[in-house]
Ligand binder design. Structure first.
Ligand code: ZN
Length: 427
């Protein structure tokens, strides 16, 4: 199917490429949260020129916010000529560290074989650019639309979104009175609709021991051996139990349909010396060993159960194992979020995918969390999905790229969705 709006979006191919390159060339690395002000200024100029009213909002006193690394966000709004729903496109502006293994300049925005390369190309500056092009084309085609379009560029998604969407939601910017439909253009693939995500629970566990000379370990108590017992319990009981659970959520990839847990780090004994230290170690029985666990859970599992499964194992060891002492510090938790398949934004985007790509969409859920959690829990706005161009598996990898044709197709789906949601019936 080809519509005048789709033709108009095709005509903006060069603009879309340039915009994506410009966004990639602003290195918004998080941590520490660099250049949020620069990218917000850039978006401010762009969206003002397209007739949007803009607000620059700094998330004061959120994690990482400082004079050196201020957490700047932008919300741009363009009202139509009559009342109606507001459709909000939310993109995070931060990107993760570059890492090794690149053959392209990570902040060059180079083009090869129809793809634009760079850190953040797929996650998610390509999606942000697609939504801007879709909105601009829609406004040009239908200057008398009803309702409103909002576009936001927000900080810190990669580190939990507290200085970004969470802050904006706390300040009323995602209330159901103000915004009715939210599309987050994360790289979930141009023909898939992401309905939500699993939950997460993060904790540090420390086992305690007693320091003594390494030649007489029987005089001390080895915290690393106690941690060995903890991990043994995980292997024996927790991992098999988690693997046996399957969710009804359409989580991709397949392995993430079960509960999972990663042990992010382990450390016991004295601090490691720097690589250039040439001395030999002293010999002590370690009196502390710490791990950080990253537990991802399903919509069917209550958070209390997720917690108690771990603490029950630890309490069991306290009874069974002489001198076993531990401390558990909860670091963070995020509840799963799942939008109903019959929600208006889901049905609208599904129809748009069929119209633009001639096939029914695939419904998925994300293994990790993204900013939908804050829109759902803090904003109380349930009509929210992730939909955008790019390949999820490409995110955070070296030579990250976004396909130009994929961005154009996604922009057409976004544009067709705006037609459904913002053109009053009589048009
Ligand atoms: Zn992302």
């Amino acid at each position: 199917m080809t519509t005048p709006l789709m033709v108009r979006i095709d005509g903006k191919r060069d603009d879309l490429v340039q915009l994506t390159q410009d966004l990639i060339r602003i290195p918004t690395l998080n941590p520490p949260g660099e250049n949020y002000g620069v990218i917000c200024d850039f978006l401010n100029k762009r969206l003002k020129a397209s007739g949007f009213e803009t607000q620059l909002i700094r998330a004061f006193d959120t994690p990482g916010d400082s004079e050196r690394y201020p957490r700047w966000n932008i919300i741009a709004r363009r009202d139509g000529t009559s009342l109606g729903d507001c459709v909000h496109f939310n993109s995070h502006t931060d990107v993760v560290e570059v890492g090794a293994g690149w053959t392209f300049d990570p902040f060059g925005g180079e083009i090869a074989d129809g793809n634009i390369y760079g850190r953040g190309a797929c996650d998610m500056k390509g999606g942000l650019a697609s939504s801007i092009i879709a909105a601009e084309a829609f406004i040009e085609e239908y200057p008398h639309f009803s309702g409103a379009i909002e576009i936001s560029g927000t900080a810190d998604e990669e580190s939990g979104g507290y200085g970004g969407v969470a802050y904006l939601a706390e300040h009323g910017h995602f209330s159901p009175e103000k915004v009715q439909h939210v599309i987050i253009p994360e790289p979930l693939q141009k023909d898939r609709i992401c309905l939500g995500h699993r939950g997460g629970w993060w904790a540090e566990i420390e086992t305690k021991g007693k320091i003594a000379h390494g030649s007489m370990p029987f005089l001390g108590d080895c915290a690393v051996r106690h941690m060995g017992a903890v991990i043994h319990e995980f292997e024996d009981k927790l991992f098999p139990a988690m693997a046996a659970r399957r969710t009804d959520m359409p989580v991709v990839p397949e392995g993430a349909k079960s509960s999972t847990m990663n042990i992010n780090s382990i450390h016991g004994g004295p601090k490691e010396q720097s690589d250039d230290f040439t001395g030999l170690p002293a010999h002590c029985v370690p009196d502390s060993c710490r791990i950080v666990i990253d537990r991802r859970f399903l919509v069917e599992e209550p958070l209390d159960q997720v917690r108690s499964e771990v603490t029950d194992l630890l309490e069991g060891l306290r009874v069974a194992r002489p001198d076993f002492e531990y401390e558990l510090t909860e670091l963070n938790s995020v509840l799963p979020s799942m939008t109903d398949k019959t929600a208006p934004v889901v049905e609208t985007v599904a129809q748009a995918i069929e119209d633009v790509m001639g096939k029914a969409p695939e419904y998925v859920a994300s293994p990790g969390t993204y900013d939908q959690k804050h829109i759902d829990r803090i904003g109380k706005l349930k009509n929210c999905i992730a939909y955008g161009p790019g390949i999820l598996e490409m995110a955070h990898k070296p030579d990250e790229y976004i396909g130009i044709n994929d961005m154009l197709d996604s922009a057409k789906v976004m544009g067709a969705s705006l037609e459904t949601l913002l053109l009053s019936r009589k048009n």
